[in-house]
Design a protein around this ligand. Sequence first.
Ligand code: ADP
Ligand code: ZN
Length: 213
Amino acid sequence: MKIIILGAPGAGKGTVAKLLCDFDGSIQISTGDILRAAVRAETELGKKAKGYMDRGDLVPDSLIMDIMEARLQEPDCDKGFILDGFPRTINQAEGLKELIKKLNINLDFVVNLEVPRDVILDRLTTRRTCSNPECQEIYNIKSKPPTADGKCEKCGSPVIQRDDETEEAITYRLETYNEKTAPLIGFYESEGSLKNFASVDSKETVEAIKKEL
Ligand code: ADP
Ligand code: ZN
């Protein structure tokens, strides 16, 4: 499959994308993961992106378009891909439209994950992440806690709260989403490629998406 997943922070984009990849071997392309890896490795890209990310601001479109232009030409994209966290602005969506035309890629459709705001806030403030870069398993202090001493079930590394998942950063990320990313819903709707899915239970959401493939 070749799809885009849209949704507010905490809508479950990453979880849904992983389940869909398990289903048909498509790869998940997460600009957030690519950027966090660059920050950890202290590459030029990482140095440019870090300040924006820690504040909960979007990284400039030009950086993101360069990343994606290179990424979409990697051979593993032939297996199918799920874009998670990209595009995030109308500008990026227009850039992507040009890019896929140039690379001769056909997208199946755009998935919009719909979640009530209170559910989103609750999910984000209770979310924790495995600190091991190779693992990054997602936990939730209510619904999927780590071990009693705060370690990852999979790899044993400490499970932490991401810098951009403090209450202040979360509020700011949601505002940024409403202002910059929510307009993409209208953009893809008018292109005729948008499909809406309720995203409260990830497994049910995935089943609903599979039916549309
Ligand atoms: P979220 O949980 O908010 O969906 P991500 O893991 O997708 O977070 O992204 C984390 C951060 O990386 C964002 O807050 C932003 O700073 C940056 N980022 C990721 N994808 C993009 C993008 N497409 N455009 C601009 N900034 C991005
Ligand atoms: Zn782990």
